[in-house]
Every structure is written in C-alpha cells, then in structure tokens.
Design a protein around this ligand. Structure first.
Ligand SMILES: *Cc1c(COP(=O)(O)O)cnc(C)c1O
Length: 238
C-alpha cells in the first residue's frame, strides 16, 4: 500500500464514521503526523491531498522544514510537548501549537510571535484521563481557567480549540468516554464566550481510534501510523 492508498482508505473510513454520526465529512480535517517521517514521504502525503501536518519535536522539524518550503499552502502544527525555551523556534516554524498547557508557555509563545510579527493559532492540551506522565491541563482545573482568562492579554495567539491524547488501549472504545468529555468541555467553553477564545478545532483521534473520535465530534484527527506505516525510532531522539 502506498501513502496515497492509505490516505484514500482513511478518507473512506472518515466518511463512513461521519455518516454514522450524521456529520458532514468535509468538516473533519485529516492531519498527517510526520514525526520520524522523511521529507519525501511528507511530500507524497501532500500529493495525496493532505494540507495539515503535525510534528512532535521542534528540533526534528527544523531539520526537515527547509526541504518543504515549496509547499506554500501546507499548515504545520506542533503537537508534542513544548518546553518554553523552544517557544521562539516553534513560533518561527509552526502556524499552530496544539500543546499549550500553561500560561507561562502561552506567554512565551505570544512574546515570540510578537517579536517575529506573526500571529499563530493555539490549542489547549487537556490531560483527559489525568495521567501522571502526560502533559496538558486537567479537565475543569484552575490551570485551564487561568489560560482562558489570560487569552485576551495574548493578542499574538488565537485560542482556537482543544487537543487531547487519551490513554492508549488495544480497544479503541476505551477512548470514547474521554473524547465525549473533551467534547463537552469544548462546548462549555464555547458557550462561555471568553475573549480571544474561539472554539473551532477539536483535535482528537489517532490511527487506532479516529473513527470513534469522529463519532464524538472531532474536527481534526491526527494520523501517523495508518498513513506512513510503523515508525522506526529516530536515532538519538528517543
Ligand atoms: C504520534 C502522534 C499521533 C499519531 O499517532 P498514530 O498512532 O501513529 O496515528 C497523534 N497525536 C500525537 C500528539 C502524537 O504524538
């Protein structure tokens, strides 16, 4: 199976999941997650129609970005944990950071964006299952509240939605209650009309559980393995 075949198959499955949920397939974006993936393979996904790409490490993408400059309408999203000392590099490379989980990081991103004369999108990462080892703010936490209240003072960021990575399980149904909770939070925040917060993107669902995420309201699914195959660990970065 080529990358184009995989993309076509995923789009078909997305379509069916959307239909089951009474949703329009074109309101759901397929993001290709390209950590450990070569620029040539990224280009293949682009040729198959993908326009949104997700990377986990600033440094890794910095090494690949120069080979991909000729794809002007591609959108690059940072989806991995971001240390605030890499904020400036991240703002330079990405149009959206999906892993904003503290006011401190948001401030660093805002300052960097202002310095570079850019405006970028920011999603708040939510640790939906309260996992110790995962980043993200807890559901309905003071940290989440603080971020939402800080948004109007961070004019170089557009707070555009939420992102989450539920615990992995062989049974994708395990993700459903977490997706449902994130969706509820998304709707609640949208209903409270915070300044500079526009809940448009609900980023949830990966290779093993994206159909369930779509049934539960995802507007963006992040798919790596099902497009590019199993990842080989990059030497020195694991
Ligand atoms: C790696 C990764 C994905 C994609 O995972 P697959 O199982 O390969 O589809 C999605 N989101 C994040 C944050 C990731 O790190």
């Amino acid at each position: 199976m080529s990358i184009a075949d995989n993309v076509a198959l995923i789009r078909e499955r997305m379509h069916k999941a959307a239909q089951r949920a009474g949703r329009k397939p074109d309101e759901i974006t397929l993001m290709a997650v390209t950590k450990t993936v070569s620029p040539d393979s990224i280009r293949e996904a682009y040729d198959a129609g993908i326009r949104v790409f997700g990377e986990n490490r600033v440094q890794e993408f910095a090494g690949k970005a120069s080979e991909l400059r000729d794809l002007p309408d591609a959108e690059w999203h940072m989806i991995g944990h971001l240390q605030s000392n890499k904020a400036k590099m991240a703002v330079d490379l990405f149009g959206c950071v999906e892993s904003v989980d503290s006011v401190k990081l948001a401030q660093k991103l805002n300052d960097a964006a202002q310095q570079l004369g850019k405006k970028i999108a920011a999603l708040i990462e939510v640790n939906v299952a309260g996992e110790e080892a995962k980043s993200g703010v807890a559901l309905d936490s003071p940290e989440l509240e603080a971020l939402l209240n800080a948004a109007p003072n961070l004019p170089a960021l557009r707070f555009s939605g939420l992102m989450a990575i539920p615990p992995f399980s062989d049974n994708p149904e395990t993700s459903r209650p977490h997706f449902r909770q994130l969706r509820k939070l998304f709707d609640k925040i949208a209903g409270l009309s915070y300044a500079n917060v526009d809940m448009r993107i609900l980023s949830m669902g990966m290779s093993h559980d994206f159909e369930i995420a779509i049934e539960e309201g995802a507007t963006c699914i992040r798919v790596g393995t099902a497009i590019f195959g199993e990842r080989k660990p990059l030497r020195g970065t694991v």
